[in-house]
Design a protein around this ligand. Structure first.
Ligand code: TXA
Ligand code: MG
Length: 321
């Protein structure tokens, strides 16, 4: 395994490794992905093995341009077209009816396939060179915090990947927003993420269908209650004071009383939710490695990217307090 600069030679090595059925890690604007040749079931199986991810949890296919999408889906509705035109390349994943060509292991047997066109220049260069779909979940062991730097991937999946393309820290820092547009019903939000719900609704001119947590699991099996978790127990709080005894780590939104906590990470001193999303996973990792007994995460306002931040915190939490 090697972390490498995304030179032309490195991209060609990556493509060779993909042809051989190996796994590579690459940057996207959201988080780093663990990529395999999407149309090679054996290569895709290695993703599940490497992450220890249940085979019931489907993967996202990444492609260079919207033209590649048509080879993977049976139908592309007007709504899908509008969302793709507006938000691709970018942090939006569309769930569409799958073409028979997409192996069942990619979609966990679902008749639908999740697809996105990422906007990171290294992802685009890789996908262009590859000239096909890459199945790629976030490059972390199943249930753990997603990686936003090449070093994060190396810490957790060193043994499993052939190479890691280093594209620097991910600009957005939380995963893509997932919208199901596979049925004629209103588009459904399966995961809040890098595109704000408000931005999608502004384009549609009507509200997204937002399923309740209990129906969500059957619509999108990866949306488990417990996910993105640090090893240290995490609680969400709206108090500025420590709620636990012992060494308490504080994940603060804009500020924190440093005397009160054993370790402090501030997501955005100016209260910018984009900056907070960008820092979220790195800050969680930092607190997790600072030998605290418990992490107390301050709730952030739930609009714009705040919705994705709170979604990740709730899933990372042991329970709320
Ligand atoms: O930003 C992202 O989306 C990142 C980067 C690498 O692109 N990828 C990512 O993948 O977050 P992953 O595997 O960690 O999360 C994919 C989610 C899972 O919750 C999965 O259940 C859901 O997408 N999903 C995939 N295919 C689906 C389908 N056909 N129907 C419903 N949900 C699907
Ligand atoms: Mg993930």
């Amino acid at each position: 395994m090697a972390i490498t600069e995304p030179t032309e030679a490195a991209l060609q090595n990556a493509v060779r490794a993909l042809h051989d059925g190996d796994l590579i890690a690459f940057p996207t604007e959201t988080v780093y992905g663990l990529g395999a040749a999407a149309l090679q079931p054996k290569a895709v199986a290695r993703i599940f093995e490497a992450k220890k991810r249940p085979l019931t949890d489907p993967l996202i296919c990444h492609v260079a341009t919207v033209e590649h999408v048509f080879a993977l889906t049976r139908s592309f509705s007007d709504i899908a077209r509008i969302l793709a035109d507006t938000f691709w390349p970018g942090p939006l994943t569309l769930v569409l009816n799958k073409h028979a060509r997409v192996p069942d292991i990619v979609t966990a047997g679902f008749p639908t396939v999740a697809i996105r066109v990422p906007e990171h220049p290294v992802a685009t260069a890789l996908l262009t060179e590859w000239d096909g779909p890459l199945a790629a979940p976030s490059a972390n062991p199943f249930g753990r915090t997603s990686p936003t730097t090449a070093a994060h991937v190396e810490e957790q999946l060193r043994e499993q990947v052939e190479l890691i393309l280093d594209g620097g820290p991910c600009r957005i820092g939380v995963e893509s927003t997932i919208v199901d547009v596979s049925s004629p019903a209103a588009p459904r939000l399966l995961r809040p993420g890098g595109v704000a719900v408000e931005a999608i609704e502004a384009i549609l001119g009507y509200p997204l269908d937002i399923p309740q947590a209990d129906t969500l699991h059957s619509a999108s099996p990866g949306r488990m209650r417990h996910h993105y978790a640090p090893r240290t127990p995490l609680y969400i709080t709206s108090s500025s004071q420590a709620q636990h005894s012992g060494r308490v780590g504080r994940l603060a939104f804009t500020k924190a009383d440093c005397a009160e906590f054993a370790a402090v990470e501030i997501l955005s001193p100016t209260g910018d939710l984009r900056e907070a999303a960008h820092r979220l996973f790195g800050a969680l990792r930092q607190l997790d490695s600072s030998h605290v007994d418990v992490i107390e995460a301050e709730a952030v306002p739930e609009h714009g990217l705040g919705r994705a931040i709170m979604d990740r915190l709730r899933r990372a939490a042991t329970s709320s307090k």
